[in-house]
Design a protein. Structure first.
Length: 250
């Protein structure tokens, strides 16, 4: 029997209770990792995901965490270490997505998106770094095609993800050689549940038609890209991998 590639490893996935974060958490568990997830408001979703991870025979833990808060990030990492004894992989998946015309974008909306999408990964990575250095671990950030291609009605979101992409590369330089840091940048991803931004089915069809692969992506395909960075060569660091079916080429 082949040993799973992440056997004996421990992973933390922020925002791992639902959507893309949930798919990532389950993929890591299927690859052999014990998995902790954070949640902020989705307690019931986190409980369900933890049960699914445990059903795969892995240790599982859900930690309430506001990634925007320095104290909350510190406490979350402490809980993971107390529960698992080590940390090998941090996946920064928690994010906020919203739509607003740039000319009427409020400062509150701007700050809300940046605080979660950029400040959050910075805080979680900083708190996790000593533990990741001791295990020669890895950080994987979840960026966006919107951080590579500016979207007029998502200026705050696109800017926050572009900042995360640059932060990924700065981390890769700063945290080497012990820790690798990479980023997965999804295009339009179809989700089982309606997104909080209220994006419609017609919008999904629009993006599918523009995509060279003639369809939108799935959360599981994003998770497979995360697995590449989690299990692939350690010589790969500072990379931004678009998972978009070629949409960025349009």
């Amino acid at each position: 029997m082949t040993t799973p590639p992440l056997s004996g490893k421990t992973a933390l996935v922020t925002g791992g209770g639902r959507r893309i974060g949930r798919a990532i958490a389950l993929a890591l568990a299927n690859a052999g990792a014990d998995v902790a997830i954070t949640y902020l408001t989705s307690n019931s979703d986190a409980t369900r995901t933890v049960a699914e991870i445990a059903a795969l025979g892995r240790k599982a833990l859900a930690v309430e965490c506001d990634v925007r808060s320095e104290a909350s990030a510190h406490n979350a990492i402490s809980e993971v270490i107390a529960g698992f004894g080590r940390l090998d992989l941090l996946v920064n998946s928690a994010a906020v997505f919203s739509t607003a015309p740039l000319e009427s974008l409020s400062l509150e909306a701007w700050d809300t998106v940046f605080d979660t999408n950029t400040r959050g990964p910075f805080l979680m990575a900083r708190e996790a770094l000593p533990h990741l250095r001791s295990t020669e671990g890895r950080i994987i950030n979840i960026g966006s095609l919107g951080g590579l291609k500016a979207w007029a009605t998502h200026a705050h979101y696109s800017s926050s993800k572009a900042a995360l992409h640059t932060l990924t590369q700065a981390m890769a330089k700063s945290f080497a050689p012990q820790v690798t840091v990479n980023c997965v940048a999804p295009g339009w991803i179809d989700l089982d549940e309606k997104s909080m931004s209220g994006e419609t089915e017609s919008a999904a069809q629009h993006f599918a038609q523009r995509t060279p692969m003639q369809r939108n992506g799935t959360a599981e395909e994003v998770a497979q890209a995360v697995l590449f960075f989690a299990t692939g060569p350690r010589f790969v660091t500072g990379q931004i991998l678009a998972v978009d079916g070629g949409l960025g080429l349009a």
